[in-house]
Design a binder for this molecule. Structure first.
Ligand code: G6P
Length: 492
């Protein structure tokens, strides 16, 4: 989705519906407000998988989406786009620093991702997190109709369920965490651990990517908050129960496949291969430029295979797309410099004229270009140190409609739970990664095709529509007597 209203302002259509039956509350709106070079404003689809995940269910329910459009503009009017009512929330420059870059991405993000980077704890960041969560909850309380379903998303908004329940006890509230939920030992470092658990307990259903996350949560609630629990249920003193369960997220698998099959994408894939000098094998990595993604170690593993003379730059190239992300956060800046340096060194040492070992692109691309890259690549390399799911792995599989192509996948990505036929690797083990990359490079057609067929079956059968419907159905069972049913999402 991409649009650019003539006057540069969002086209306001209807006033915000005060009676939405389905309200999505997420840190990001599905579109970003971007200032163009000529000073005009355009709207672009936001980064991250959440948007594509929720679009179908929003369309089916004419839902309302509350979120931040990026930037510091204040008080943008609600507007409508593609069957969704969008309600922009503004963040001040200080809130961006303290709530978004600070508590969300400097405290929670590293703690929830195995402390791959060191989390920072600052009381003013926490205060800002509380303030912003409260404002999101108040807005949701305003737009939700009686007995409506409100679905709150991700680590930036973990206090919203409880705050919203206090304002609107009639609502059916779901919460879904898109990133991993950490083991007790790490979660307990958080000075505000109890408030966060209580915030989440405002929901009727708390969803996680994996069963392990749900179990961690229930155990922590029992130990830290002292509520009774039994299996996946938490019993609250007021008689309410909260269920914690796994709902592994997915992608619009048929949509990706259709795109990959299109003539335009096919031609573009051929052009990409040609531009790279038609090497025997193309390795591909596509990630947000994030320290959890293991980009550095994977590029080292690849380059060592060239040094060890398993193949040379005429035979193989690594295309690494790194989408700019959280660029003002120091750890992200450091990471960018490290990768710039590594790519420069590897290409300087190993490349030849017109033949870099690594073709590195620090940029984000539209879906069509991603699909063309997936089609062009023989070996997809997804090696995060920790990842809630990793939708890129599933997108690659969805695009390989000829049952070819190899996937090298980290054991520590949620996707590894489902994509068992990938070449699974421990991303901390560089020699292990080298072996897996080499095996994938040398694997014969029968082997890759057998593996890809099995993975495609999994991905096509469990798409994002099935994910959204199963969460919403689960939520309606948790709170059966309240409000209208949400209509299931339909495949477009
Ligand atoms: C992850 C998170 C999302 C987030 C996205 C992009 O996928 O789970 O909540 O929106 O990254 O990150 P950003 O900080 O740009 O929103």
């Amino acid at each position: 989705m991409s649009f650019n209203p003539p006057d540069g302002s969002p086209h306001r259509v209807e006033p915000v519906p005060k009676s939405a039956n389905l309200v999505i509350v997420a840190n990001r709106l599905p579109v970003d407000r971007v200032e163009q070079e000529d000073g005009t404003v355009a709207w672009r689809r936001s980064p991250g998988g959440l948007v594509s995940a929720l679009e179908p269910v929003m369309r089916s329910n004419n839902g309302t989406w509350i979120g931040w459009p990026g930037g510091t503009d204040s008080d943008l009017e609600p507007f409508e786009e593609g069957g969704m009512n969008l309600v922009p929330m503004s963040l001040s420059a200080q809130e961006i620093e303290e709530f978004y870059e600070g508590f969300s991405n400097g405290t929670l993000w590293p703690i929830y991702h195995d402390v791959v980077a060191k989390p920072e704890f600052h009381r003013e960041w926490w205060d800002s997190y509380v303030t912003v969560n409260q404002r999101f909850a108040e807005r949701a309380a305003e737009v939700a109709g009686k007995g409506a379903t409100v679905w709150v998303h991700d680590y930036q908004l973990q206090l919203v369920p409880q705050m919203l329940r206090e304002l609107r006890p009639d609502l059916r509230i779901g919460f879904y965490l898109h990133i991993p939920f950490p083991p007790n030992e790490l979660f307990q470092q958080l000075p505000w651990r109890r408030q966060i658990l209580e915030g989440l307990l405002g929901a009727d259903l708390v969803g996680f990517q994996l069963a392990g996350g749900a179990q961690n949560f229930v155990r922590l609630v029992r130990q830290r908050v002292g509520h009774k629990t039994h299996r996946d249920l938490v019993y609250l003193p007021d008689g309410r129960t909260v269920r914690a369960a796994a709902f592994p997220i997915s992608i619009d698998a048929a949509g990706f496949e259709e795109l990959a099959r299109s003539e335009g994408v096919g031609k573009r894939a051929t052009a990409i291969r040609e531009a790279l000098g038609n090497p025997r094998k193309i390795f591909l990595g596509i990630d947000r430029l994030d320290y959890t993604k293991g980009i550095h170690a994977r590029l080292r593993a690849f380059s060592e295979l060239i040094v060890d003379e398993h193949f040379d730059v005429e035979e193989a190239v690594f295309v690494q797309v790194a989408t700019p992300s959280r660029e003002r956060v120091e750890q992200y800046r450091i990471l960018r410099d490290e990768i710039d340096r590594l790519v420069g060194r590897v290409n300087g040492d190993l490349g030849r004229i017109g033949r870099p070992a690594i073709s590195y692109l620090h940029s984000s691309y539209p879906r069509e270009e991603m699909a063309a890259l997936y089609r062009a690549a023989d070996i997809m390399v997804v090696t995060p140190y920790r990842d809630g799911m990793n939708l890129v792995a599933k997108e690659y599989v969805a695009c390989r409609f000829e049952d070819d192509g190899a996937l090298v996948l980290s054991e520590f990505a949620g996707a590894a739970n489902e994509l068992r036929q990938a070449w699974l690797v421990n991303p901390y083990d560089i020699n292990g990664m080298k072996s897996a990359l080499l095996e994938a490079f040398e694997a014969d057609e029968r082997e890759t095709s057998k593996r890809m067929k099995a993975m495609r079956k999994t991905v096509l059968a469990n798409d994002v529509v099935a994910w959204a419907n199963s969460f919403l159905e689960g939520l309606s069972h948790e709170r059966p007597s309240h409000g209208k049913q949400v209509r299931p999402a339909t495949r477009s």
